[in-house]
Design a protein around this ligand. Structure first.
Ligand code: PGA
Length: 253
């Protein structure tokens, strides 16, 4: 079983106080699961990246920081934007194309592709979010198109380096995630479109009671919003992932 990625997307929920309280706990959790090949990517609001970095220093090898977005503009006159070069001293990853950002900033797929390619230039692994707005039988067609357009500026080698987060928009910030078979169907479809090396994670209402559903069917990780700010939820999710890994290694023996 390959590495499992856990993205902790704090959105704008987190306060500066949270940046001192939660990261030491996340570092401890990361240390406890080193042997499980789990990697945590903590994405605080950008102005807090340097603080969280200082609090976590030295970062264990299975814990890295990510930005929640970057500008498609590299340098120059772009008031209010956050550049890749601004976050790159602290972050090794960046989310791009999150549905909330796509929506609030009227972003096109091409714009996401520009951001992903700029991220790679600054040694940031882009975590590219895709997902259909509505639950539907033709969601795979929609997501395929969205994915192709969001990757249009990346060549095959670059594609192997990115992470895709499949996040059905209707499941983000909702009560329930996508059902396991629905997500699995999408995963199988996405796998056919991408190089074998490309990691694909699931996001949207991941909590302790459903986390294992997505790891069981072969997603390479989980993209977690609300539950990433609650110690108990996070611990519960990690325990469920450990159970899946443990049961796989028992059946492989
Ligand atoms: P949620 O958010 O886990 O709160 O639904 C997921 C996300 O960040 O997209």
């Amino acid at each position: 079983m390959g590495q499992i990625y856990i993205v902790l997307n704090w959105k704008i929920y987190a306060s500066i106080a949270d940046c001192f309280i939660l990261p030491p706990y996340i570092r401890q959790l990361a240390g406890e699961v080193l042997s499980y090949n789990l990697k945590f990517i903590l994405c605080p609001p950008a102005p807090f990246l340097s603080t969280v970095f200082e609090v976590l220093k030295p970062l264990p090898k299975n814990l890295a920081l990510g930005a929640q977005d970057i500008s498609h503009i590299e340098d120059g006159a772009a008031t209010g934007e956050i550049a890749a070069k601004t976050v790159s001293p602290w972050a090794s990853y960046t989310i791009v194309g999150h549905s909330e950002h796509r929506h609030n900033h009227h972003e096109t797929n091409y714009r996401i592709s520009e951001k992903a390619s700029l991220a790679l230039k600054y040694n940031l692994v882009p975590i590219i979010c895709v997902g259909e707005e509505k639950r539907s039988g033709i969601a795979t067609t929609f997501v395929e198109e969205q994915l192709a357009q969001s990757l249009v500026l990346l060549d095959k080698e670059a594609l192997k380096k990115v992470i895709i987060a499949y996040e059905p928009v209707w499941a983000i910030g909702a009560q329930d995630p996508a059902p396991q078979d629905y997500a699995e169907n999408m995963l199988k479809h996405l796998r056919k479109l991408l190089p074998a090396e490309t990691k694909i994670m699931y996001g949207g209402s991941v909590f302790e009671d459903n986390a294992k559903d997505f790891i069981e069917v072969g997603f390479d990780g989980l993209f977690i919003g609300r539950a990433s700010l609650k110690r108990k939820s996070l611990e519960g999710i990690i325990n469920k992932i450990k159970d899946v890994i443990n049961s796989r290694s028992t059946t492989q023996k």
